[in-house]
Ligand binder design. Structure first.
Ligand code: SF4
Length: 511
């Protein structure tokens, strides 16, 4: 049965511009809204008659590991059906032990597969509720939210504190109650919240407190926002069963999350932005810029920077400009104070970003490297080198996890990179479900995508090979390229090739 979440009418959706909507109040699509009591269907949670080759082994290992509160690192090939295994095994334990499943993905497109799998489970009789969230900024109802990058959280905080976001004061609780009884994709959830005038992100996390699964990005748990997320979903780390999808991306995602930079360009913008609000701050920043520019050399290249050296530079510059015993913390507080005013009036977030940079530069040390980049791309930056510093404590505290990917090789290296405890971690390699004889690997000598060999002759060789293979095949063919530019170069050389229609991916395509 499908009920409209807005008017609660039992509905048979009609199609409006490709989406199914309620015929009465033209709200919402194709969502299941039945009591999600966490009951497995008559065949258990697994929605198929039987598991395929390799899938069965993975399901068995995942059930054992998660049931025993351990971690399973699974190298399982594409096509095996990992998502359904992960959700089945994790939900079985979660329902038994009152835990919350966190299904973590690195890309928004992977959310769809997880939500579709839960909808499939429910179609086979289970009653599982899942909440799908992306970043707070991407779910924000305010049109200007998109222009803030790293300072979006400060922007939102300010909007809420000053009661200037019309969605922050809405009746989230009852909408969350409603959302927690459904399983729907994030764009549908945003629509429901828009209709009720509530903040989608806050509502989604409140709904997650009453749901069985939260589908979200890695950073919900592997970043500094994890504590806020746990508070919202009313759980502790020990209540979480974590599934990490496409886990080969996790080390790099953690590293890229903990990084920041400051360039003379940003500083010039900060000087400009602060001028109208606080001329004294603006002249402090001008003094910092003057000394900052002196540390760069004209030649290209990077060198290791030291925490103390840059802090000394900042302290000397601000003391010279103000003649007071100012500290870096004073400057950060000032940047935040004026940054708030600028944000409140719809200005840029550069002062907040600079405050964040200085705070992290000053405070973080373990596993970090600080770099000075000379030449045209002048900047000073910090980066996390060792992701286990952040992920190790998380894996230690959570109930259990299934860390899976088709390219998680060697497993022991990933366990090391992520800081998984040796005595609590099992490894599994699973075979491809496809018959070996269906696979043919052919190498064409002389064809290479090596950057230094990319020229008109090489692109032509690719175009000729692709067209002759496509012509000899009875069906269709997909060609994968290492970059959009490479694809474009080869495509142009196939303009006169008409044997089959060509569909080309463009970098501007949405999910
Ligand atoms: S409360 Fe929600 S809608 Fe309002 S600014 Fe923050 S994220 Fe956007």
């Amino acid at each position: 049965m499908v009920f409209c979440p807005t008017c609660r009418t039992l509905m048979k959706p009609v199609t409006d511009g490709g989406e199914e909507v309620c015929p009465l109040c033209s709200t919402l699509p194709n969502i299941q809204i039945e009591s999600s009591s966490g009951v497995p269907g008559k065949n258990g949670l697994f929605p198929f008659e039987k598991a395929r080759k390799g899938q069965e082994e993975l399901l068995k290992d995942a059930r054992i590991a998660l049931g025993e509160g351990r971690h399973l690192l699974a190298n399982a090939p594409t096509g095996l059906g990992k998502t359904v295994v992960a959700l089945t095994a994790s939900l079985e334990v979660a329902l038994r032990e009152d835990k919350l499943v966190l299904f973590l993905t690195s890309k928004q497109s992977q959310h769809k597969a997880a939500i579709d799998t839960i909808l499939l489970m429910n179609k086979s009789g289970s009653k599982i509720s899942a909440v799908d969230v992306i970043s707070k900024q991407a779910m924000c109802q305010l049109p200007e939210a998109k222009k803030y990058s790293r300072a979006f959280y400060e922007y939102c905080y300010l909007k809420v504190r000053t009661k200037s976001c019309p969605f922050s004061g809405g009746e989230c609780k009852s909408v969350a109650e409603l959302v927690s009884q459904m399983t729907m994709h994030v764009h549908q959830l945003v629509k429901v919240c828009k209709r009720y005038g509530v903040c989608p992100h806050k509502t989604a996390l409140m709904a997650a407190a009453k749901s069985h699964v939260l589908v979200c990005d890695y950073n919900y748990i592997f970043s500094d926002i994890s504590q806020q997320v746990l508070t919202r979903v009313e759980r502790s780390m020990g209540d979480l069963i974590v599934v990490v999808d496409e886990a080969h991306n996790l080390p790099d995602r953690i590293r890229s999350h903990l990084c920041g930079d400051l360039s003379p360009r940003q500083l010039r913008r900060a000087i400009k932005d602060s001028r109208t609000y606080d001329r004294a701050l603006s002249s402090l920043l001008r003094a910092v810029l003057r000394d900052f520019l002196k540390i760069f050399k004209e030649k290209e290249g990077e060198e290791k920077a030291e925490r103390a050296e840059f802090l000394d530079l900042v302290i000397k510059a601000i003391r010279r400009a103000s003649r007071k015993e100012l500290t870096v913390m004073d400057l950060i507080a000032n940047l935040e104070h004026i940054g708030e005013k600028v944000l409140k009036e719809g200005g840029s977030s550069v002062l907040m970003e600079m405050a964040n940079f200085l705070r992290s530069w000053n405070e973080m040390d373990d596993g970090m490297v600080r770099i000075l980049t000379h030449g045209k791309r002048k900047k000073i930056s910090y980066k996390l080198l060792d992701p286990s510093i952040l992920s190790g404590p998380v894996f230690k505290e959570i109930h259990s996890s299934l860390v899976m990917s088709g390219t998680l090789h060697p497993l022991s290296m990933y366990a090391d990179l992520l800081g998984l405890e040796k005595d609590r971690t099992s490894f599994g390699n699973y075979p491809s479900p496809f018959p070996k004889e269906n696979r043919s690997i052919v190498v064409t000598p002389g064809l290479t995508s090596l950057y230094s060999k990319r020229d008109e002759r090489m692109y032509r060789a690719y175009a000729d090979n692709i067209s002759s293979i496509a012509e000899s095949l009875p069906g269709n063919l997909a060609a994968f390229f290492p970059s959009y530019n490479f694809l474009q170069q080869v495509r142009e050389l196939m303009n006169n090739w008409e044997a089959k229609p060509i569909l080309m991916e463009s970098s501007s395509l949405t999910k």
